[in-house]
Design a protein around this ligand. Structure first.
Ligand SMILES: NC(=O)c1ccc[n+]([C@@H]2O[C@H](COP(=O)([O-])OP(=O)(O)OC[C@H]3O[C@@H](n4cnc5c(N)ncnc54)[C@H](O)[C@@H]3O)[C@@H](O)[C@H]2O)c1
Length: 260
């Protein structure tokens, strides 16, 4: 689980799962480029206060120019690039296919699927040069199963799952390992949903999620750190024979039907 001397980029790491991954990779010894469309100074301070090294660059992963600048800026400021974590993601609108706005569909695909492709595309020359490049994609259980009223999210995360396998085929022989994590119910404020609700409504939204999570074998939501530790594992030599693996971190929710 040692990432000493490595440089990692974590997209969407201003908070939530990405923030936890950035902190965990820094405490495993990596120098970390925090990146997000929101200010990421909070994550950088947390890493520095814990004795780690980090910097921040703003980047919308759906924009090729910004992604190229993120990769170039990371190499320039941190001296290389060994680990790419494609974490940035959005919920992508709610509604069945006949109701969903085309704009929501397009944005979900742009951020959740084209984003990881672009980051991978621009990072690859540096990952190849590193000799031990690692890509960790944060997909979702909703990339493995269908979920109600979430066609764009499910399709984009399903695409990311199989992009992971495809990249493993092309690059594992060149020293790059590519794996994905499919988180289940993680206790974050995905997309600022609860923060926007505020007060009691926010508390109720969290309780509804906790009640849904209670129906899975490990009957609770996870904390972001429980995903981050798996990301560190997949980026480290501890997972040396893993590539193209789709790792569920879901409390068992994709293993079974809902039992009363
Ligand atoms: N929370 C869960 O239960 C859960 C479950 C499965 C998968 N995931 C996935 O985990 C990842 C992190 O989600 P989270 O729960 O921490 O949510 P979050 O909303 O807290 O974090 C997502 C981060 O991505 C950033 N972001 C959004 N659009 C971006 C863009 N275009 N470019 C760069 N950054 C952008 C946001 O600003 C935010 O900081 C996402 O890919 C999400 O789909 C989350």
């Amino acid at each position: 689980m040692d990432l000493l001397g490595k440089v990692a980029v974590v997209t969407g790491s201003a908070g939530g799962i990405g923030g936890a991954i950035a902190r965990a990779m820094a405490s495993a010894g990596a120098r970390v480029m925090v990146s997000d469309v929101q200010p990421g100074d909070g994550t950088v301070s947390q890493i520095e206060q814990a004795g780690g090294e980090a910097a921040f660059l703003s980047c919308d992963v759906s924009d090729p120019t910004q992604v190229q600048a993120l990769v170039d800026g990371t190499v320039e400021r941190l001296g290389g690039l060994d680990i790419l974590v494609n974490n940035a993601g959005i919920a992508g609108g709610t509604g069945s296919a006949h109701e969903l706005d085309l704009a929501d569909w397009n944005r979900a695909l742009a951020v959740n699927l084209t984003g990881p492709f672009l980051c991978t595309h621009f990072a690859l020359p540096h990952l190849l040069a590193s000799g031990a490049g690692r890509i960790v994609n944060i997909a979702s259980t909703y990339g493995l199963i269908g979920a109600p009223e979430a066609p764009a999210y499910c399709a984009s995360k399903g695409g990311l799952v199989n992009l992971t396998r495809q990249l493993a085929v092309d690059y594992s022989g060149q020293g790059i390992r590519v794996n994905a994590i499919c988180p289940g119910y993680i206790d974050t404020d995905m997309g600022g949903h609860r923060a926007a609700l505020g007060g009691t409504a926010s508390l109720e939204a969290r309780e509804r999620r906790e009640a849904a999570a209670a129906r899975q074998p490990i009957g609770r939501q996870a904390q972001a750190e429980e995903v981050a530790s798996v990301a560190v594992f997949l980026a480290s030599d501890a997972s040396s024979f893993m590539t193209g693996s789709i790792v569920t971190v879901d409390g068992g929710c994709t293993t079974t039907f809902r039992h009363p």
